[in-house]
Unconditional design. Structure first.
Length: 552
């Protein structure tokens, strides 16, 4: 094949360690081990796609079998062994794709083939790509050979899913974790390739390619190839053209949109989003970019231009820093949660474009809600401080619903110091005790309140218009609110209901259960029960009822 007809990712594939970028430490380690004649039984290369795992595997194979040995490894003029490995035609270097040969039979054939020594080189080398695709049985069949192979046999594994490989296999290999290529280094690399191809592209367009590729050299070269082919040879690839080709949009548009959301300008927000949408931007791409902008707004003070991975230019960086000064961190965190939720909801609505518009409107109203309730939030803090010594709310479930009902400012104003307070109901009866409160709930047909008082409330103290209680987890969240309203209706006066750290008395229902249990225990000690067991040995006493006789 004519080299000029190859795609850039294959045309500029590294052939020696010197050609590699971003993996200098790994290259030096491997070369030193070869020179010291301390070659491991197996190499394991792991990392994301397109950073050189298979490429390094081939370079290692050439380094091990090069006719010139390590003193003068082939660079320009390849020896017979290096030439054969480069063309994937060397008889002693077998490259296998584990994705297509996953079974134990394939591995057995490989092991059988390994029994024969190399034909024309020093080592017989098996390169297994995507090794994590092998079955569990295949890995087990490989273990013994991997641990103690013949001196002439070497394995080189490559994978993107290191966690899927059994630890017994990983421990028998010399593992190398390949890092993502740094943005600046990748930018210089594709700029060099662009010049070799005599292409025309601005630095901003190349930086966008670097950002999209996410540290993958293969992705960057593929995108560059696509971009250069999309335009006439005489036309320069600028940022605007690159954004249209790759479906990305100018980050400044998103920053302006975010600023309008914070200002609450609904019409302008929708108008700006529709302009972005008309550029061909996919909704999921928009949401992911929105998350990225949120991250920058939240952490802009701890970032530098270099750490933004070419996502922002100087103007955008400064604009975010200026806007972020007046944004509450809590709002940004809430925005993040709403955005993540919207990303998971996009597939629910057939028209994702509508989902995005509603998402943006929700953010506007969320911001407005936070501002409107800021005063109430401060009042709550003061109120909580006042009630700290008098109230204890162990259940987070009830906190929001009951905090204002426990004791509020209005209640404090309505209560005046008195030596003795007489509390009366509207019909003139005085509520003197907890029992009378339950009776009046029964009289007024407030069955729900009666149930809560009997079942889920433990009385600590009952005195002049003040009830102090503890409770269990089953207490209704609106209990305090409902009881306060009913007491005001019945007595015409405000009551204070507070929660106590003290356990208090057991609930009325629990008292009834204990009483019933005691009656059963007493009945079991009676002669009647013992006599009954003589006739019915498997009888079980489950209830006792007392008979009330009329006096004669």
């Amino acid at each position: 094949m004519n080299i000029n007809s190859k795609v850039l990712a294959l045309k500029y594939r590294p052939q020696t360690f010197d050609d590699l970028i971003g993996q200098e430490v790994i290259s030096e380690t491997i070369l030193n081990s070869i020179k010291a004649n301390k070659v491991p039984n197996a190499y394991l290369f792991t990392g994301i796609r397109g950073i050189g795992k298979t490429t390094i595997a081939r370079i290692v194979a050439k380094s091990l079998n090069c006719a010139n040995r390590t003193k003068d490894l082939c660079k320009d003029k390849l020896c017979e062994n290096c030439e054969g490995i480069t063309r994937s035609s060397h008889i002693d270097v077998l490259e296998m794709d584990a994705a297509s040969k996953t079974g134990v039979d394939d591995v057995r054939d490989l092991i059988e083939f390994s029994r024969y020594g190399p034909t024309s080189s020093k080592y017989k080398i098996f390169i297994i790509d995507e090794v994590h695709m092998l079955s569990k049985q295949a890995f087990n069949a490989l273990l013994k050979t991997l641990e103690e192979p013949p001196e002439y046999l070497k394995f080189i594994f490559a994978t993107t899913e290191i966690k899927k490989i059994p630890i017994t296999v990983v421990s028998r290999c010399q593992r190398f974790d390949l890092a993502r290529i740094k943005s600046k280094e990748l930018f210089e690399f594709i700029k060099k390739i662009k010049d070799l191809e005599k292409g025309k592209a601005t630095d901003e367009a190349l930086k966008l390619i670097v950002k999209i590729s996410e540290g993958s050299v293969r992705d960057a070269l593929s995108l560059l190839d696509r971009a250069l082919l999309s335009l006439d040879s005489e036309k320069e690839l600028d940022l605007s053209s690159a954004q249209k080709i790759f479906g990305y949009f100018d980050k400044s548009q998103l920053i302006n949109l975010f600023d309008l959301i914070l200002k609450g300008e609904e019409n302008k927000v929708i108008e700006n989003y529709r302009k972005i949408y008309d550029q061909g931007v996919e909704p999921k791409t928009f949401i992911n970019d929105f998350l990225e902008i949120l991250y920058y707004f939240k952490n802009i003070n701890s970032l530098t231009m270099e750490s933004t991975n070419f996502s922002l230019n100087d103007e955008e960086f400064d604009k975010i820093k200026k806007i972020s000064i007046n944004i509450d961190s809590e709002i940004l965190i809430l925005f993040w949660q709403f955005t993540i939720k919207t990303l998971s909801e996009l597939d629910i609505v057939s028209n994702q474009h509508l989902s995005i518009e509603m998402f943006l409107l929700r953010l506007i109203h969320l911001k407005g809600f936070r501002e409107i309730n800021e005063t109430k939030k401060n009042e709550l803090k003061i109120n909580n401080q006042e009630n700290k010594e008098q109230s204890n709310i162990p259940s987070q479930k009830l906190e929001k619903e009951t905090v204002n009902q426990i004791k509020n400012v209005a209640q404090e104003k309505n209560l005046k110091p008195q030596t003795k307070i007489e509390t009366k109901t509207t019909n003139g009866n005085i509520i003197k005790s907890f029992g009378e409160l339950i009776d009046i709930c029964n009289t007024k047909r407030e069955m729900k309140l009666k149930y809560e008082l009997e079942k889920n409330v433990n009385l600590v103290k009952f005195e002049n218009r003040r009830i102090e209680i503890s409770f269990n987890d089953n207490l209704d969240k609106n209990f305090v609110k409902d009881l306060s309203m009913r007491l005001f209706d019945w007595t015409g006066e405000r009551w204070i209901i507070s929660f106590s750290k003290d356990k208090g008395e057991i609930s009325i229902k629990d008292k009834e259960k204990n009483k019933k249990k005691q009656l059963i225990e007493n009945a079991k000690k009676s002669d009647l029960y013992k006599t009954m067991l003589d006739f019915f040995s498997d009888a079980e006493l489950i209830d006792v009822k007392t008979l009330e006789r009329d006096e004669e």
